[in-house]
Design a protein around this ligand. Sequence first.
Ligand code: NAD
Length: 259
Amino acid sequence: MDLGIAGKRALVCASSRGLGRGCAAALAEAGVDLVMNARGAEALETAAEEMRAACGVEVTTVAADITSDEGREKVLAACGQVDILVNNAGGPPPGMWQNWDRDDFIVALDANMLTPIALIKALVPGMMERGWGRVVNITSQSVRAPIGVLGLSNSARTGLTGYVAGTSRQVASAGVTINNLLPGVHATDRADSLDGGVAKAEGITLEEARSRRESTIPVRRYGTPQEFGAACAFLCSQHAGFIVGQNILLDGGATNLTV
Ligand code: NAD
């Protein structure tokens, strides 16, 4: 399917690895020029070079912490006019509900709620003026069904979801759609690190921790960044202009819901 977005320009945050990288790769395949961001320059350059070589698109890289004011300023200064924004950042650490204090919540809110909101506020007005735009926020299945040890994620991402629910309906008439993609378990460094924590706590191997988690997913495997990226690219396509303010679960059926 031709996604109809060749020649558009996208900012994909936190995209040197994992799900962000999957989204950047799928957009590059659709002919979209990219601004890629991650904290470390080396992995970012490697990923960017692969996309240039594979797809012949223009890729600008900005090594910066997207959750900081200075990082966002640097990224926004480099990206200029963009048609597509993919919001992403690292997720909060696991823990227990009674141990998080105000500072922990502020860090999580900054990273997973206020950063995407700041980027939406900076970039959506230009999209509206030009009459076309796409925003995809990478959130989590924890928005639909809470994950006990990820209370910081449950809280911050639900805040973003509420903002998107209201805002998406206010900008849609200008041709701009905002939607959220909710990953279930995907095979990335983040999944390895969470499995590593379980393995350590329970005295089992990483493979055992992983196969236990796979057995709870109806498709009996983890998702891939490629599958995730393909869904993101579709939401950014010309074909997705009627999808507004949605929360789309990509979880292999793991969240047990009727609707
Ligand atoms: P990952 O750890 O594999 O990759 C994270 C990427 O983000 C890397 O490129 C890293 O450099 C970059 N990054 C992290 N923090 C950054 C920051 N502050 N500024 C700029 N770049 C930053 O993570 P992932 O598995 O791809 O997850 C992406 C998001 O999706 C995270 O918020 C995660 O919590 C969430 N999520 C992941 C899963 C999963 O199973 N992988 C499930 C649910 C939610």
